[in-house]
Design a protein around this ligand. Structure first.
Ligand code: PEP
Length: 266
């Protein structure tokens, strides 16, 4: 983890839990992070299901933990049944949004043009976008991982100027590692992160690339987090399953804070 970039750890709760458990999880996470001061050292965000956003946001209260949506619409408003706009997210207190998660790219067939428009509108609304990219197992086997990820990044950022996308956090999430218990090795994650940073340098400039946060997602847990976060181009993580247990999520956030401060690993 590089000292110049403040770590970012996000908890993607997906379609899990109920209102009571969302409030309890938000309460527990912000109390534990606050007690250790971790949320003042690194950026932490949680992404509850849409119906629980407002109440979970209240539970976060004045803590530094950011509230975020798991997706937003590529439209500003109007006759779009079931969709939620970036503006609506900010209206209920969100400061971040996940875009392009593989469960939407692959599960719901969201394409490049749609995701670019979502990223564009979310940035316009002032949200910190976590833009997910990653190859499937077949693509990696065929040696196409770099090309696929580069393609996703080129299309997602499009021709948006650097000042509009300066706060975008890229999440490298190999599809084969999400929810499988098989994480990328720290070395494989580092190699892809370095190549993403190189691409951002060529799309924008070296300063932009040096400041861009690139986080890893895919079966991160309290045990493997530190080795992954110790890689120089890994700036934190997007956490699915392990974000549903406050103790595990807080341990992962602690690992990011320690990796950043250079504290000895375990
Ligand atoms: C995710 O869904 O973004 C994710 C990384 O999930 P998990 O941590 O469960 O692999």
């Amino acid at each position: 983890m590089h000292a110049v970039r403040r770590p970012f750890v996000g908890g993607n709760w997906k379609m899990n839990g109920d209102l009571a458990s969302a409030v309890e999880l938000a309460d527990d996470v912000c109390a534990a992070l606050g007690a250790e001061g971790i949320d003042r050292t690194i950026d932490v965000a949680v992404y509850p299901p849409f119906p629980y956003l407002f109440t979970a946001g209240r539970a976060l209260g004045h803590s530094n933990v950011l509230l975020g949506g798991q997706d937003c619409s590529a439209e500003v408003g109007g006759a779009f049944t079931g969709q939620v706009s970036a503006g609506m997210l900010t209206d209920v207190g969100c400061r971040s949004v996940v875009i392009g998660h593989s469960e939407r790219r692959h599960g719901l067939h969201e394409g490049h043009a749609l995701l670019h428009e979502k990223l564009h509108l979310a940035c316009e609304s002032g949200l910190t976008v976590v833009y997910c990219v990653g190859e499937t197992a077949d693509e990696r086997r065929r040696g196409e991982a770099d090309t696929v990820v580069a393609h996703q990044i080129r299309h997602g950022f499009g021709t948006l100027p650097a000042d509009r996308v300066a706060r975008v956090v890229v999440a490298y999430e190999p599809v084969w590692a999400i929810g499988t218990g098989v994480n990328a090795t720290p070395e494989d994650a580092q190699a892809m992160h370095a190549s993403i940073r190189g691409l951002l340098g060529s799309l924008y400039d070296s300063r932009f690339a040096a400041q861009a946060r690139i986080i890893y997602g895919g079966s991160v847990n309290a045990k493997n987090a530190r080795a992954i976060f110790d890689q120089p181009d890994v700036d934190g993580g997007l956490i699915g399953g392990a974000s549903l247990k406050a103790d595990d999520f807080v341990a992962i956030c602690r690992a990011a804070a320690e990796a950043w401060s250079g504290a000895p690993g375990h």
